[in-house]
Design a protein around this ligand. Structure first.
Ligand SMILES: [Zn+2]
Ligand SMILES: [Zn+2]
Length: 248
């Protein structure tokens, strides 16, 4: 499987970091995890447009994880070239109601014309989606928040936290994975409830025993050099940048 960081940023607009989004490519299927602002353009930089996304998973519905769904759905109606392939959206409980309200706010402008959207609620369970098995667990951020562990048919494993504080569920999702993509939102001295710091992220990564760790979702006070030198982790450590790629 190939993994691309589409957005390594946060709620704070940035010229160098789009908000959260990850592209997973496996056996010809393009799967998104979150769709924050700026990530639709980063998909275009990867040569992928609104016809070529097969399935979208959301970790939660904060705007920095979801906003580009709106231009994606609007563009998918473009009458000269409408999207025709059905779309699946997977998220935790509460998402379907949120999605219906969001669509309704725009009247008919986000409604599919030539395809259908299926919302799948997945909660604390494992499901198969084509070549991927996906386990979701509730993580510590907001009620809807779910982290994911993805396994492909060759046994490669990826864990994605979305936004989370330290929690046992994320340690379990990241157990011995080939790559864990973990948020690290604030420096140690600016700890914010519902988010990780370098100290807590290193504890979580060590307990999970992940092979490679990619930290992401850095709020502006984060000093990346400081994070790298303070981080206590034996595996390979990456600090995310937009369009960083991994092969698992
Ligand atoms: Zn966020
Ligand atoms: Zn959030």
């Amino acid at each position: 499987m190939k993994v691309t960081i589409l957005g390594s940023g946060t709620a704070v607009p940035s010229l160098t970091r789009s908000s959260s989004g990850i592209l997973l490519q496996d056996e010809g299927v393009n799967t998104l995890f979150d769709f924050g602002y700026g990530t639709l353009r980063q998909l275009l930089n990867c040569g992928i447009d609104y016809h070529q996304i097969h399935r979208i998973f959301f970790t939660h519905n904060h705007p920095d994880h979801i906003c580009d769904l709106i231009p994606f759905l609007f563009g998918s109606r473009y009458y000269n070239e409408p999207r025709t392939e059905n779309l699946e959206i997977v998220a935790g409980p509460g998402f379907e109601d949120f999605f219906k309200q969001m669509i309704n706010v725009f009247g008919s402008w986000l409604q599919p014309t030539e395809y259908a959207i299926k919302i799948i609620t997945q909660d604390e369970s494992e499901k198969s989606y084509g070549s991927l098995r996906v386990l979701s667990k509730k993580v510590k951020h907001i009620a809807m928040s779910r982290g994911y562990r993805v396994t492909n048919s060759k046994g490669a494993t990826l864990a994605i936290s979305g936004d989370t504080d330290y929690c046992q569920a994320m340690v379990e999702l990241g157990q011995n994975v080939d790559l864990m993509i973990l948020e690290c939102a604030f420096p140690n001295d600016m700890k914010c409830p519902g988010h990780l710091t370098p100290d807590l992220a290193s504890q979580l990564a060590r307990e999970a025993g992940c092979k490679r760790l990619c930290l992401t979702h850095f709020y502006p006070p984060c000093d990346l050099e400081q994070i790298r030198t303070q981080f206590k982790f034996d595996g390979e450590l990456f600090l995310a940048e937009d369009l960083m790629k991994f092969t698992l």
